[in-house]
Design a protein around this ligand. Structure first.
Ligand SMILES: Cc1ncc(COP(=O)(O)O)c(C=O)c1O
Length: 471
């Protein structure tokens, strides 16, 4: 029942166009929250069968909380959707993008659930191998791979290495030759499409560091070199066009260009390429303003297009891989914080903005400061009868840009000691975390069936000082 007949308190601050005044400021907008999350009587938030108040008592705040059921359900949905959609073609494999969020415990879920992974560093490779990921299910990325990383990848027997430069082709050939191995290789291509939320631009020359360009002939040169290298098995081309993509036309354009280039390579290299890597980038809802497409529909759309384009180019359909990170980890995770200082700030023009400070900030979620990302939040530890008030959630750091949630309606009586929960923080929050201001990083806690399982413990001041040789 709405409890704020007086209406929302804007205090002279304009809200962004996508942000609607909630009918009940206590209610969860369910699409943003992990599948097991709900508020009992619209009061205390529960996830994985545990209340956030119990979680806060057990592990403290701030804490990253991962709904294991939700994470594994999303991973499985990806795996099954792509397997089904590509069943009548040459098949498809889903590589979870470890960069979004990886721990040994999470990698074990992926092993058990039959997912493959991609890694972007020696550190990520170490985590997934420790979890027992079968090597042939690992794809190795990186735009500036060190010898030690490639040596480790080859010694592990990874399924594929995605080479990112002409220099790296020679590097892989040299290392494979020295160890008498044959490196399975895909070639990362930049295809003139850079896609972002809601819009994409197509340019003939991309001004960014990844891949070899189709437009300037470097991709063709790379393919020739890889195909001719005696210690390289050249499997196919790969492309990743961006992140948080909602526009299916961007994926469609990418498939058209990649299939066309594969056909050109098949003709000029004298043999069919058997694989096609389509990367990740599937968008998720961070706020009520986002509406992602269901995964089975995306998978089917991609399969239909790959089949049609291969038919048009008169080539055999390659085996396809995709690399979702955000779309699996993002919505499965939330961050819980404790509220501290709450203050009104008079802004230019005379309005008053409510600043709600929490005990974390840009060190546990850099995306707001880095990308201007939008998030939402809810009062998670009690029900409030106060009207919604437009607020900004900020952190503990010594930085004006230390913003966690730019704009959100929170109960006007939000106060120190309340627990605030921010949804969709499973991807690129812990993995991009820092120790700015010597703030120790929060733990990652998996929740399921009423049990909290600490995957990564909270960092301590002692951890930070351990690296300081004068401490
Ligand atoms: C090569 C590659 N694959 C997959 C991903 C994962 O993207 P997302 O988490 O948006 O699905 C990335 C992200 O940067 C990437 O660079």
């Amino acid at each position: 029942m709405p409890t704020h007949e007086a209406g929302a308190l804007h205090a002279g601050i304009p809200a962004p166009a996508w942000l609607e005044v909630p009918a009940d400021v206590n209610a969860l907008f369910q699409p943003l929250w992990p599948r097991t999350a709900f508020k009992k009587d619209d009061a205390v938030l529960q996830v994985g069968g545990i209340t956030v108040t119990d979680l806060a008592a057990q592990v403290g705040t701030p804490a990253y909380v991962v709904d294991e059921t939700d994470f594994r359900a999303r991973a499985t949905e990806f795996k099954e959707s792509f397997a089904t959609a590509f069943a009548d073609l040459a098949g498809a494999r889903v590589h979870y993008a470890s960069k979004a969020l990886i721990t040994v415990g999470i990698a074990r879920w992926l092993v058990e659930d039959g997912l493959a992974v991609d890694v972007s560093s020696a550190g990520e490779l170490e985590i997934v191998t420790r979890a027992g990921m079968p090597p042939d299910r690992i794809t190795v990325h990186g735009s500036n791979k060190r010898d030690a990383y490639l040596e480790r990848a080859l010694a592990t027997g990874v399924g594929r290495i995605v080479v990112d430069s002409l220099q790296e082709i020679d590097q892989v050939e040299r290392i494979a030759a020295a160890t008498s191995t044959v490196a399975p290789v895909q070639l990362r291509c930049s295809i003139g499409i850079e896609a972002h939320t809601h819009e994409f631009i197509a340019t003939s020359h991309e001004d960014q560091k990844f891949g070899l360009s189709l437009a300037d002939g470097q991709a063709m040169e790379g393919a020739r070199r890889a195909a001719a290298a005696p210690h390289i098995e050249f499997l196919g081309i790969h492309s990743h066009i961006g992140s948080q993509i909602f526009d299916v036309e961007a994926f469609a354009q990418a498939i058209r260009r990649l299939v066309k280039f594969t056909a050109l390579l098949d003709a000029s290299l004298g043999g069919p390429l058997t694989e096609l890597g389509l990367g990740g980038g599937f968008g998720v809802a961070y706020t009520t303003g986002h509406d992602p497409m269901p995964i089975p529909e995306i998978a089917q759309g991609m399969a239909d297009l790959v089949a049609r384009e291969c038919q048009r180019e008169k080539i055999g359909v390659p085996h396809v891989s995709v690399e979702p990170g955000r779309a699996i980890a993002g919505p499965a995770g939330i961050t819980i914080y404790t509220v501290g200082v709450v203050k009104e700030v008079t802004i230019p023009g005379g309005g008053k903005r409510l600043y709600v400070s929490v005990d974390g900030g840009m060190s546990d979620n850099i995306r707001t400061a880095l990308y201007g990302a939008d998030y939402s939040a809810t009062l998670a530890s009690r029900r409030s009868a106060a009207p919604p008030r437009l607020a900004r959630v900020v952190g503990v750091h010594c930085e004006a840009g230390d913003i966690v949630v730019e704009d959100e309606y929170l109960p006007a009586d939000i106060a120190a000691g309340d627990i605030l929960a921010v949804p969709v923080t499973g991807a690129y929050c812990h993995s991009m975390g820092s120790n700015y201001n010597q703030v120790p990083r929060p733990p990652i806690v998996a929740v399921r069936d009423g049990l909290a399982n600490v995957l990564v413990r909270r960092e301590t001041q002692a951890d930070l000082l351990a690296r300081d040789l004068y401490a």
